[in-house]
Design a protein around this ligand. Structure first.
Ligand code: CA
Length: 615
């Protein structure tokens, strides 16, 4: 009963909306393509009592298969089939009713964009740079405040308000990223978040088909992807299936009761991913994890509802085809409906075989991570079809190597042990590895602002297996603990006209910031130019007395990495590593360029070094 009351009240909230709703309000997706692998399309139509109208269309090769009416008469879901004979063009969809003025929508079907360089996929050849668009650079002050949006505060002194950063600001600094050695840009979601407060982070979407006007336009987003591609950079789009913003247009006038998961009172997820995989989990615990809301302002999508499934899947197919992005990062992966997520990943790969997908899995162990990946050795009854995940375990392993105490399972052994578990993955090289992101304390702070540790950790990150990702500002030593998270989302100095300093230039950086910047640049470009660190095999040796040694190698090159976690210099016994070192005479320090005879290798205290071996 309580549940019913809640639903009724949420419908009642919309009485005001209904009164002013146009006869035809929205059509989503608003256009589509011929030649897609899946000929089926479900078009969602919103308008005042639209369900009372008859629907018709006439276009060669396009069939209106079914008109679906749902609980709310303001919606229709049109099942369309676009057959192989359909040609690009436009046709009207007519909505008629006796005694009412007809309304129609001109539906456009385009040819697929087959230009080279689109949807390339992001692989272990890449280095990802994560940006929060509101906090990186303000390239267009005219969009700082947009009339009619719920949040109109622009205040750079507040962690929660909008700061004015945008897509143009990112475009303006692509040369900076390219110079740094970045190959792929990932932004937190750029789509509309028309929420009343703290809308800058992008995870409370209010319209899936629209770039937030404070970031730019759909056209500008497409231009941004094209400019990246022209410069040899790739683009990852951040996507959220699990939840929407409470001001999402479908929440203001819900199509049906079970569009989102309803609870009699606000019920939060338990954030306990174990319940999804625990063979002994109760159904109640599992339901709380999957159907509970992420936070109060983010209703939990009901992904077992076929209308919701079509809506979400088509939206991302639309974005990939429209803009040509190379990869998708799927937010809060473990909180989503598992069966739907598997089908979604499969559908995406069917349309775009080269598209990369990785799921955000901030979970507690290698096995918990692997559980969500495709083709793993963990029995879960079905395949997730999810190629990659965010590898929290490698992050924790590197931190432990940097900060932990020497021990059987601690210190460098933690990283070694973590990688030794890679047998559970079908392909661990597709895991995204990182030291921090927008939800975590910044890397430089977590290594005690120690530049030696900073360098050591980045060497491990850039030379072990996987797709490395860094967070904006790492290269200029941005710091802070994530308490609150706004502190790790500060503005990139120089991104705004009139900033005291411009960290995009060597002149604007302090000496220590330039040391960090030049180090990242050197290492990133070495990785970019040396396939051995991208796709070479990995061989690691059991750490001995706080010293961890591993190799990346292919037919052409061998790279050796030595992590010395001790307070004293350590000499390297090349004989122990003869499997990989035999036949080599010298080692070139990749960072300093200094060449040493391999019989005389010695690593300074608390230092990690990366060498290219030479005959
Ligand atoms: Ca702006």
């Amino acid at each position: 009963m309580k549940k019913l009351l809640f639903i009724l009240s949420s419908f009642c909230l919309c009485a005001g909306v209904l009164a002013q709703l146009p006869d035809l309000d929205r059509v989503q997706p608003g256009n589509w393509w011929v030649g897609m692998k899946n000929p089926k399309l479900q078009i969602m139509v919103h308008g005042n009592k639209i369900a009372e109208r008859n629907v018709s269309l006439a276009y060669a090769g396009v069939k209106l298969v079914k008109v679906n009416k749902v609980e709310n008469p303001n919606y229709l879901f049109l099942d369309i089939e676009i057959t192989a004979t359909a040609k690009p063009g436009t046709f009207p969809i007519e909505f008629t009713s006796a005694g009412k003025k007809s309304v129609s929508y001109n539906y456009e079907l385009s040819s697929k964009n087959r230009s080279a360089g689109r949807v390339q996929g992001v692989t272990s050849k890449d280095l990802i740079y994560l940006i929060m668009p509101d906090r990186f650079s303000n390239g267009d002050v005219s969009n700082d405040k947009v009339n009619g949006m719920r949040e109109m505060t622009l205040n750079r002194d507040s962690m929660y308000d909008r700061h004015g950063g945008d897509i143009q600001g990112i475009i303006d600094h692509l040369d900076y990223l390219k110079d740094l050695g970045i190959t792929t840009v990932w932004c937190t979601p750029e789509i509309e978040n028309d929420m009343p407060h703290a809308s800058y982070h992008g995870y409370a979407v209010t319209d899936h088909y629209k770039i937030d006007p404070r970031y730019g336009t759909n056209e500008l987003f497409k231009t941004y992807v094209e400019k990246c591609h022209a410069m040899g950079l790739k683009v990852i789009k951040d996507a959220v299936h699990n939840h929407i913003g409470s001001y999402h247009w479908t929440m203001l006038d819900p199509p049906m009761k079970d569009w989102v998961h309803q609870w009699s009172k606000f019920t939060q997820t338990t954030y306990k991913e174990q319940t999804v995989m625990d063979p002994y989990a109760s159904a109640a615990d599992k339901k709380l994890m999957l159907d509970g809301w992420f936070v109060r302002s983010m209703p939990d999508m009901n992904e077992s509802n076929p209308y919701v499934q079509n809506f979400l899947t088509q939206n991302l197919i639309w974005w990939v085809e429209y803009a040509g992005v190379d990869g998708l990062r799927l937010d809060t992966y473990p909180y989503n409906d598992p069966a739907y997520m598997a089908q979604w990943a499969k559908d995406m790969k069917t349309e775009f075989p080269h598209l990369s997908i990785f799921g955000e899995t901030l979970v507690g162990s290698v096995i918990n991570q692997a559980f969500f990946t495709e083709g793993n050795t963990v029995s879960r009854g079905f395949d997730t079809h999810l190629p990659g995940i965010t590898d929290t375990q490698v992050k924790d392993g590197i931190y432990e190597a940097l900060n932990g105490k020497k021990g059987w399972a601690s210190g460098v052994n933690r990283l070694y042990n973590t990688l030794a578990n890679d047998f559970v993955y079908k392909d661990p090289s597709r895991n995204v590895i990182f030291m921090d992101n927008h939800d975590m304390s910044r890397y430089y702070s977590l290594v005690d602002e120690d530049i030696n540790k900073f360098k050591s950790g980045l060497i491990m990150l850039f030379t072990t297996r996987g797709i490395p990702q860094i967070y904006y500002g790492t290269e200029i030593l941005m710091k802070n603990l994530s308490n609150p998270d706004g502190l790790v989302r500060l503005d990139f100095q120089g991104g705004w006209k009139g900033d005291k300093s411009n960290k995009f230039t060597a002149e604007g950086r302090t000496d220590s910031e330039n040391v960090a910047f030049n180090f990242v640049k050197k290492l990133a470009n070495y990785r970019k130019n040396n396939a051995v660190l991208q796709t070479g095999k990995l061989m690691q040796y059991v750490p001995q007395d706080g010293v961890y040694v591993y190799f990346r190698y292919n037919e052409k090159k061998t790279v050796m990495v030595v992590v010395n976690s001790n307070e004293k210099e350590e000499k390297i016994d090349a004989k122990r590593f003869s499997e990989r070192m035999n036949g080599f005479a010298t080692a070139i320090d990749v960072i300093s360029g200094v060449t040493t005879n391999i019989s005389g290798l010695a690593i300074a205290p608390k230092t990690t070094e990366v060498f290219e071996l030479k005959k």
